[in-house]
Design a binder for this molecule. Structure first.
Ligand code: NAI
Length: 257
């Protein structure tokens, strides 16, 4: 049995992933705002520090894996929280858990990004400089002053910078023997997606985004790929972003990959 810290395990993709990993015999230490071993709010630096300290105590400083699912959608009322949870809620946890992962057996990490990470190129991502500099207040101010499109900017900008943050860590994590990958889900039937569909600003565009496979994904269809990435079968997969979107990306951008 291995010990895995997961964020965002209460609902949606995280809950399905927790189920899959537990079925495979892993012990999960969940971090979430509710229904988890560690209750913490990842939208603040203090909440993140509390989550890290409590999880490290529960695993006694040794981890075999982390899966970071916690995230907020573009429809979130306080748009700054989208940046804080999606970007800092993942990058700060990744970095803080690396020493514990180095002590683990065949350690691996999966970070949940999004197909939205490819909607905004890094060079044109207005949040990128602030996020890379660790300037949480600055990044929050940009999205909070962006008007009606602030939610989309916060979501696509934070997920783009998150995928880049993972890729930039591939060299160091690889040398440390810890595999690190992202998945980029397309529309998946979760509470986050339902909230987006019900939002008058974003609902229509989300609804008309129909992938070639003709339906949205089920959370279990993300969980099975995450479980594979965490398994020895994925021993040579490192620094990759696995797109799981029913073919949307191939349809929209056939020449870019
Ligand atoms: P969800 O809303 O069902 O799950 C999000 C989880 O994060 C919940 O357990 C929630 O309690 C937790 N969370 C939210 N705010 C938190 C906070 N401040 N502190 C601690 N935990 C917090 O949504 P879903 O769809 O399962 O999302 C999981 C990940 O997948 C997110 O990172 C999301 O951006 C990503 N994603 C989802 C897509 C979709 O269509 N559902 C598409 C692409 C990416």
């Amino acid at each position: 049995m291995s010990t895995i810290v997961m964020s965002g395990c209460a609902t949606g993709i995280g809950a399905a992933t927790r189920q899959a990993l537990e079925a495979a015999g892993h012990k999960i230490i969940g971090i979430d705002i509710r229904d988890a071993e560690v209750i913490a709010d990842l939208s603040s630096a203090a909440g993140r520090q509390q989550a890290i300290a409590a999880a490290l105590e529960q695993c006694a400083g040794t981890l075999d894996g982390i899966v970071l699912c916690a995230g907020l959608g573009p429809q979130t009322k306080v748009v700054g929280n989208v940046v804080s949870v999606n970007y800092f809620g993942a990058t700060e946890l990744m970095d803080a858990f690396l020493p514990a992962l180095k002590q683990g057996y065949q350690p691996a990490a999966v970070v949940i990004s999004s197909v939205a990470s490819a909607h905004l190129p890094f060079e044109k991502n207005p949040l990128a400089p602030a996020l890379e500099a660790g300037d949480e207040a600055g990044a929050r101010a940009i999205v909070e002053n962006a008007g009606e499109q602030g939610g989309n900017l916060a979501y696509a900008g934070s997920k783009n910078a998150l995928t880049v943050a993972v890729r930039k860590r591939a060299a160091d994590w690889g040398k440390a023997g810890v595999r690190l990958n992202t998945i980029a889900p397309g529309a998946t039937e979760t509470p986050l997606l339902q909230a987006g569909l019900q939002d008058p600003r974003y609902g229509e565009s989300i609804a008309k985004f129909v992938p070639p496979l003709g339906r949205r994904a089920e959370p279990a269809e993300m969980a099975s790929v995450i479980a594979f990435l965490m398994s020895p079968g994925a021993a040579y997969v490192h620094g990759a972003q696995i797109v799981i979107d029913g073919g949307i990306d191939a349809m929209m951008r056939p020449t870019e990959f």
